[in-house]
Design a protein around this ligand. Sequence first.
Ligand SMILES: [Cu+2]
Length: 94
Amino acid sequence: MNLRTLALATAFASLSATGAAAAERTVTLKVDNMTCATCPPTVKKSLQRVQGVTKVEVDLDKEIAVVVFDDAKADIKALIKATTNAGYPSRLAQ
Ligand SMILES: [Cu+2]
């Protein structure tokens, strides 16, 4: 009985952990207009200002931004809007 309760509690705990992790999303945006080395920091800052964004990596050569965010606080639309307002229109990369 005790073991069974423990097993159930463990199963429930791992389910909860999975639920919490599911709120974090990683997306890759294709970013236009990045032409020199000072562009990526600008794109990065614009994305970091979006509430819920926890990590941003911008790659000038690939013209992409990889963004980690809490999908309860931010969404892809807000990310695209942020880079676009900074002068770098973006869209979800395939
Ligand atoms: Cu530039």
